[in-house]
Design a protein around this ligand. Structure first.
Ligand code: BES
Ligand code: ZN
Length: 456
């Protein structure tokens, strides 16, 4: 059977596939940091060249931010649109990495062989699973597996600012019958998953200012406002003792989980003790009347991601700073509206400012939550293909992270996306020493070959 020939080809050429992934990982495409703009363009060009070598008509399309890669190839059958992102998160704190984050290493660990480096999992390793499946298919059949459009973004990790205008301007070119997104994980290390719900995101940066300059804390302390004190007091009031978010109107649009989904999730038997135990924790925090899976998949949250101000260097300095800063993000569910919430949050902060203090806000991207309708037959076809590869049937899951494009494909292209990927909970995405299991990469490529065979 020809699928077997493709799978054998994937097995035989795994070392070369890993070499290509490592080449891509050596390009530090950190989208949020302007210092890496040229590297983002280089990663896009690398992908264009690789896709051209597979016979795709590929190009890097400029945007006000980083380029989008669009490639068309193949013919016949269902038209499939595949999405991944080539940008990565910043690497700090660099001192906690065991190797240069952009000098990928293959490493044996007690749990198996892994590829380590920034982007190994999120999302370079994942997006290359699809491209490698296409490569093996082409090598065996002399043609690509049906009509394909590959769409790779370079701004996913920084809130996808160019995505909506790009989708609007290119809707006719990008629209297909089925959308595939490879940027999510397995349910557990043996069980594949199709993610049907993603949370949205609202990112805000706050600066509170008081005196016109930094002051001696002995000369002015007690008389002058301290912006760090004001900032921390406001942020401490973001949650009440039950873990509820206190911004007025925050829960507008939050829907309860339908009973069928609640029952399905209960059946998944999520081991929250292990999930927390793996990162050195034991007691679930947050809303006490919610199950752990609900908390990470279907409840909205407010999180402080960074806070700074005053003197934080070595030694000590008795300073009363003129400014204090924080980065805060909200994960959104249901029909919570990020734009309305941004205004409610800002008003809530302003209302609490004492005299002599002022606040400014900087926005860091918004995306609404998304939930997929799974009635298109392609969902069950993909699920069956995953079962063939993994020997266990794929779970329909939620995911706590955000992938803005998933909702936008629906709004702007009218397509529900099949979200599936091979990341593991311990991949340390966004953290030091990110890794992707070689088995995730290998079985990921094999999974796509099986899915492509069924979706033709
Ligand atoms: N791949 C992740 C999203 C994800 C994480 C899905 C975990 C499933 C499980 C994605 O690249 C990501 O991290 N997105 C950012 C988006 C944000 C910066 C707009 C996120 O969720 O923080
Ligand atoms: Zn990602």
């Amino acid at each position: 059977m020809t699928l077997d020939a493709v799978l054998a080809r994937i097995d035989d050429t795994l070392p070369q596939a890993l070499d290509r992934l490592m080449d891509l990982m050596r390009i530090p495409s950190i989208s949020t940091d302007p210092a890496f703009k040229a590297d983002c363009a280089r990663a896009a060009d690398w992908l264009v060249e690789d896709l051209k070598s597979l016979g795709f008509d590929a190009s890097a399309r400029p945007t006000p931010g980083h380029p989008m890669v669009v490639a068309h190839g193949g013919s016949g059958g269902n038209h499939l649109l595949f999405y991944g992102h080539y940008d990565v998160q910043p690497v700090d704190p660099l001192s906690l990495w065991h190797h240069d984050p952009f000098d990928p290493q293959i490493e044996d660990t007690p749990k198996g062989t892994v590829l380590r480096g920034r982007g190994a999992s999120d999302d370079k390793g994942q997006l290359m699973t699809f491209i490698e499946a296409c490569r093996a298919w082409k090598a065996v059949h002399g043609a690509l597996p049906g009509k394909l459009t590959i769409f790779l973004e370079g701004e996913e990790e920084s809130g996808s600012p160019s995505l909506i205008p790009f989708l609007k301007a290119n809707a006719a070119e990008l629209k297909a019958e089925v959308a595939l997104i490879c940027d999510t994980g397995l349910f557990d290390s043996r069980t594949p998953a199709i993610t049907t719900m993603l949370r949205g995101l609202l990112g805000e940066e706050i600066t509170i200012r008081a005196a016109s300059r930094d002051l001696h804390s002995g000369m002015y302390g007690g008389l002058a406002q301290n912006p760090i004190q004001i900032l921390t007091r406001i942020l401490a009031g973001l949650h009440n003792a039950d873990g509820r978010v206190m911004v007025p109107g925050f829960y507008d649009g939050v829907t309860e989980l339908p009973d069928t989904l609640r029952a399905q999730w209960q059946n998944l038997a999520f081991d929250h003790a292990r999930f927390l135990g793996d990162v050195g924790l034991s007691v679930p925090a947050g809303e006490q009347d919610r199950t752990p899976l609900e908390k990470i998949w279907s409840r909205p949250t407010a999180e402080m991601n960074g806070i700074w101000g005053g003197y934080t260097g070595d030694g000590f300095k008795t300073v009363l700073p003129g400014e204090a800063h924080a980065k805060v993000s909200f994960r959104l569910v249901g029909s919570q509206d990020p734009v309305i919430l941004r205004e409610s949050f800002r008003a809530w902060v302003r209302d609490q400012l004492p005299a002599d203090c002022s606040v400014t806000f900087k926005e860091h991207g918004t995306s609404p939550a998304s939930a997929m309708q799974i009635n298109h037959p392609a969902f069950e076809a993909a699920r069956a293909a995953l079962t063939d590869e993994w020997g266990l049937s794929a779970a329909y899951t939620g995911a706590g992270g955000s992938i803005p494009v998933a909702g936008y494909f629906k709004t702007y292209l009218g397509m529900d996306a099949i979200l599936l990927g091979f990341a593991k909970d311990d991949d340390q995405i966004h953290s030091p020493n990110e890794k992707y299991d070689i088995s995730s990469f290998h079985k990921g490529i094999r999974s796509w070959a099986r899915i492509l065979a069924r979706l033709q």
